[in-house]
Ligand binder design. Structure first.
Ligand code: BTN
Length: 242
């Protein structure tokens, strides 16, 4: 997939909310359109959580995709995005891991988050990356978090990082569109936390515990229990891993 030069705004409530709203109002935008904001006032995370970011401090943007794929394949789109983010920060010397299905961590602390929302055949992928946040800034987040600045000991320009991420996104989403999870499998296995270990998976109010055996054809998580067949998990996220 190819991405266009980002449409940058000084301030938006949320790049994902605004992009979805523009689509619903009938604006015709091409696949690969990128909406970025130097500041979000109402950033959204997954499960109705807030996404906190600072003005000119962190990277917040959303991309529009019209993937020519079936529904099961969409499950692994956030995994392709997470791998693209890990590849982009590796270019700045940061070795990140992924957490099924769509988090990017360094040393168990969250560096970036991905929010995928579907509107018919259109998908809006919102990405938040902690760039220049200090430990004090991140104390507000409510979960262990880190930033590129904390990991590298220097400040980073958000516009340049976005350009680097878009190059990686083009590469990983192309691979994903052509091959689905099969194209991601080996990189995913090399990056995902908890593989082969006991994990806790949370899907809303449902908690499951078992051994993370691996991933199925579409990227569904395979959870093992004592004396039971591997159970495919299609939604939720890893909460704890040993
Ligand atoms: C998560 O880990 O909970 C997902 C966080 C996604 C945050 C990004 S920032 C850009 C886009 N706009 C939003 O309001 N949310 C996403």
């Amino acid at each position: 997939m190819e991405f266009l030069a980002p449409e940058w705004h000084r301030q938006l409530p949320s790049t994902s909310t605004v992009l979805l709203e523009r689509l619903r109002q009938g604006e015709v935008l091409p696949s690969g359109f990128v909406l970025a904001a130097h500041e979000q006032t109402e950033g959204r995370g997954r499960h109705g959580r807030r996404w906190l970011s600072g003005p000119d401090r962190d990277l917040t943007f959303s991309v529009l995709l019209r993937p020519a794929t079936d529904l099961p394949q969409l499950l692994s789109l956030p995994m392709a995005v997470s791998l693209a983010l890990a590849a982009a920060v590796a270019g700045r010397g940061v070795q990140a891991r992924t957490k099924w299905p769509n988090d990017v961590l360094v040393g168990g602390r969250k560096l970036a988050g991905v929010l995928t929302e579907r509107d018919g055949e259109r998908v809006v992928v919102g990405i938040g990356l902690n760039v220049n946040a200090s430990a004090e800034d991140l104390a507000e987040v409510g979960q262990p978090a880190t930033s590129l600045c904390l990991e590298t000991g220097r400040q980073h320009g958000v516009e340049l990082i976005l350009a680097e991420i878009l190059l990686q996104l083009a590469r990983w989403t192309r691979l994903w569109e052509d091959q689905g999870f099969a194209g991601l499998r080996s990189a995913w296995m090399g990056h995902c936390v908890g593989v082969g270990a006991p994990v806790t998976i949370r899907d809303g109010a449902i908690w499951r515990r078992g051994l993370l055996l691996g991933f199925g054809r579409h990227g569904e998580l395979l959870l093992g229990g004592v004396g039971t067949e591997p159970q495919p998990i299609w939604s939720g996220e890893i909460e704890t891993w040993d």
